[in-house]
Structures are given as C-alpha cells and as structure tokens.
Design a protein around this ligand. Structure first.
Ligand SMILES: Cc1cc2nc3c(=O)[nH]c(=O)nc-3n(C[C@H](O)[C@H](O)[C@H](O)COP(=O)(O)OP(=O)(O)OC[C@H]3O[C@@H](n4cnc5c(N)ncnc54)[C@H](O)[C@@H]3O)c2cc1C
Length: 422
C-alpha cells in the first residue's frame, strides 16, 4: 500500500499538483537532508559550523535512534569533536580499556585480548542524537516529513522531493541520510543492499547494585550465537546478541523480541542468561543485518546531479567492527568541508549564486575522499562477519587469512583514521 501522499500524487496530473487551486505547497530550499538519524543530524551540524544552512526532513515525530547504545572508537570521537559535541557526550560515557573475544567450540575456549590505547566508549544512542539535535539552530529539523519520491526538475535539473502530505520541495543540493532503506539511494540507482543471514538484537540491562564488570568490550561466539556487552555506567550495560542462522523472526512486539533473546541465550552461561532475562524490554530492537556490497562501494555512482548520500544510505555494513555510525560522522565532516570549499558560507538559504557545476564538483570531491576509506571498512567488516558466521573451519581460516593479508596484524588500524578538520 502506497503512502497516502504518493497515492494522491499518482492520481493527479502534474500540472494539477502544482496548481494554485490546490493546497499543496512547492517550496525552494538550498540544502535538503533526508533523514534525521546520526548521519543527517551530523551533516546538518557540520554544514552549520561552516556557515551553511540546511533543512533536515525526518519522517518520525521526534529525535530518536533505535539500537540502545553505540560503541564509538577514536575515529568517531575525532569526528564528534569536529562537530563540537564530543565533550558533552564524554560526560555520560566511560572509557573502555580492553577488547576480549572468546570463541567457544566443542567445549574448547580460545581467547583473544587487545588493550585499547586510544579512546573507546559506549554512548546511549538517544544521548548522541539529542546532543546533535541540540547543536542545531531551531527549526532546522522538520519532523513528520516523510519523503515518498524524488524527481529531477526538467528545466533546472535540480532535484524535487515529494512528501507524503502532498507538498514538494525544490532543492539545490539533496543529501540522502535516510538509512539502509534509502529512497535517495534508489534515486541514485544504486543496487539494493545485500542481507547477512543473521539477525541482531540490541538492548540495555540495569543492575541496581552495580554490575561489577571490567571496563572492557567482551564478545563471545558460541555455536550460532555471538553475544557482547559494553559497560555504560557502573550499573548499566549495553549488549547485543546476534544469531548467525536464525532468519525467521520478525519480532512483532517487545515481549516477543525478549522471548527470542532468551531462546538464543539458552546455551550461554548463567551471567549472560541473567543479563538477557532482566533486560529493559522497551530498549530492545531487532535488526536484520544488511550491507552494501564492497564492489558497489568501489564502483557505485554516489552522485546524480546535485544529489548524494551519506551514512547507512551510502554504506550500510554489518556491526562486526562497530564502525557504521562513526563512518557516518566522518561522512558528515568530509561532505561539509567539500561543500564549504566550493559554495562558501555566504550564499544564504538558497545557495543563489552557486552554480550546479560547483556543487557537483564538491560532491565528487566528497565521494572521492570517502570511497577508499569506506571500501576498507566494508571489506574488513564483511570478512570479519563471514569468519564469525561460517561453521566451516576451512572457510573460517580462509577469511582470517584474507583479513591478515589485507589488513595486517593490527586489525584495529581503521580506528586511527582521522577525517580531518571541518
Ligand atoms: C546490530 C547493530 C549494531 C551496531 N553497532 C554499532 C556500533 O557499535 N558502532 C557504530 O559506529 N555503528 C554501529 N552500528 C551501525 C550504526 O547503527 C549505523 O551505521 C547508524 O545508525 C547509521 O545512521 P544513519 O543516520 O545513516 O541511519 P539511520 O540511523 O537509519 O537514520 C535514518 C533516518 O532517516 C529517517 N528516514 C528514513 N527514510 C525516510 C524518508 N523517506 N523520509 C524522511 N525520513 C526518513 C529515519 O526515520 C531515520 O531517522 C550498528 C548497527 C547494527 C545493526
């Protein structure tokens, strides 16, 4: 069933839709960002800090981000500092000093430990999106704005977005930050995302008397289950639970997601079972893991006219390196820097004096700068995910060999990447 706005658009001839007799409005805006998640808000702030206005169209009625918590490594903190929100977020998240991964197979346990010397913390997602939205000028985010289609204006060649309420906006620049099911990436004619055969649940657990866990990321792979936890405070942890083969559940409501987690955690030790059992059921989200194929990251056309994408809309990846969100923050910094270089801060809301050629060149610079970085992240995430997912020892060894060949022994080198100054 199409959204009502789109049904109306389909029924009406174009000239009627634009006719003054109808109550639909056509507005003109310089930079439109579709989606007010991490990528959209970060891109808008980055532009704002460069003196460039933008409008964020978000279909939800308020700022929110699904997925409870988010692990943020030093590359993400560098980007957050450029956006001016790093210090506020540090106040409510503690440092993580160590990463431990345990593989339990046929009763045998193997453990890999690495000390984290750079900054690594877990943040509540809502703290992150609130910090980002608070840093924006009032009126920048328009909630309840659901984009249902995009077309190119035949005369000006700039994009026009149509909203579910029947209104339309002509934009000089359109940036799709609308996540893994991006309508903007469809407009760019990018291929649909691919699916890992696994599902993940994320949530919080509170321990009123303190959890007593060390300040470390702990991941355990046992059978088809990968479970991990990161301490948020002394009495709260963020955790994730991935089932590598169970592809059937849609998690209709919070209670059914909680029951699913209890089932997946059934073979784990008592402390993990307890963590899942006493979790905050409202915090749970179930996600079908998807990724953009590395080949498309390498060859895909991420610009059509003055339209581009950032965040998951550009490069959704599995959670195995905990880099999707940080990569979205990096996108924001690089895109705003490239646009500011070409369009400058002094063009007002409509970027009036700014030529299409300049905007296109700016977007091309952004895509060129991001492509190799994103290719590295997506290949490493893909191979890491596959090595954890496969039940074949031969395949696992092959994936690990490829990881070592391509990324060397220092598998967290990607966290030392610096997206540079705004
Ligand atoms: C299990 C799991 C664990 C993860 N763990 C980590 C981690 O530890 N660290 C990390 O860095 N990353 C992690 N990630 C990745 C991270 O969550 C994503 O990369 C990040 O949230 C992407 O942000 P985004 O803004 O691009 O997309 P989204 O968060 O999906 O935001 C898209 C926004 O666009 C809006 N929207 C969509 N369509 C429309 C439309 N048509 N009109 C208007 N608005 C629209 C949506 O409402 C939403 O607000 C994880 C992902 C998963 C699945």
């Amino acid at each position: 069933m199409l959204p009502i706005g789109l049904q109306i658009l389909k029924q009406l001839p174009k000239q009627n839709f634009r006719s003054e007799n109808l109550s639909f409005e056509m507005e003109e805006i310089g930079i439109v960002i579709v989606g007010g998640g991490i990528a959209g808000l970060a891109t808008s702030i980055a532009l704002h800090r460069k003196g460039i206005k933008s409008v964020v169209l978000e279909r939800a009625e308020k700022v929110r981000s699904e997925g409870a918590g988010i692990g943020t490594l030093s590359n993400g903190w560098r980007a957050l500092d450029q956006l001016g929100v790093g210090d506020r977020l540090r106040l409510n998240s503690s440092l993580i000093h160590k990463a431990r991964t345990m593989l339990i197979e046929n009763g045998k346990k193997r453990e890999f430990v690495s000390n984290i010397v750079d900054e690594a913390r877990c943040i509540k997602r809502n703290d992150l999106v609130e910090a980002l939205s608070d840093a924006l000028p009032k009126g920048t985010i328009r909630f309840g704005s659901h984009i249902v289609s995009i077309e190119q204006d035949k005369t000006t060649l700039f994009p026009v977005v149509h909203l579910a309420n029947g209104n339309s906006i002509k934009a000089k620049v359109l940036i799709g930050c609308d996540g893994a099911n991006s309508i903007v990436s469809d407009y760019l004619q990018l291929n649909p995302k691919k699916a890992f055969a696994c599902r993940a649940v994320r949530g919080f657990t509170k321990y009123p008397n303190g959890h007593g866990f060390p300040q470390e990321v702990l991941r355990i792979k046992q059978g088809n289950v990968l479970i991990g936890r990161l301490p948020l405070t002394d009495n709260q942890v963020f955790w994730f639970l991935v089932h590598m083969q169970d592809n059937n559940h849609n998690g209709k409501d919070q209670e059914s997601i909680a029951n699913l987690c209890r089932k997946w955690a059934d073979d784990l030790s008592e402390d993990w079972k307890e963590m899942v059992k006493i979790c905050n059921v409202e915090s749970l989200t179930l996600t079908h893991l998807r990724y953009r194929a590395p080949s498309e990251i390498m060859l895909g056309k991420f610009r059509r006219g003055t339209v581009t994408v950032a965040g998951d809309a550009m490069h959704v990846m599995g959670p195995f390196l905990a880099q999707g969100g940080s990569a979205a923050l990096e996108d924001a910094v690089v895109l705003a820097r490239c646009l500011a270089r070409k369009v400058g801060p002094d063009h007002g809301d409509l970027l009036k004096d700014c030529s299409m050629k300049n905007i296109e060149e700016a977007i091309d610079e952004y895509v060129d700068e991001r492509r190799m970085r994103l290719l590295g992240l997506s290949v490493q995430t893909y191979l890491t995910g596959r090595s954890l997912q496969t039940s074949s020892k031969v395949l696992r060894l092959m994936f690990i060999a490829l990881l070592l060949l391509l990324f060397g022994r220092d598998q967290i080198r990607h966290t030392r990447y610096d997206c540079g100054r705004l």
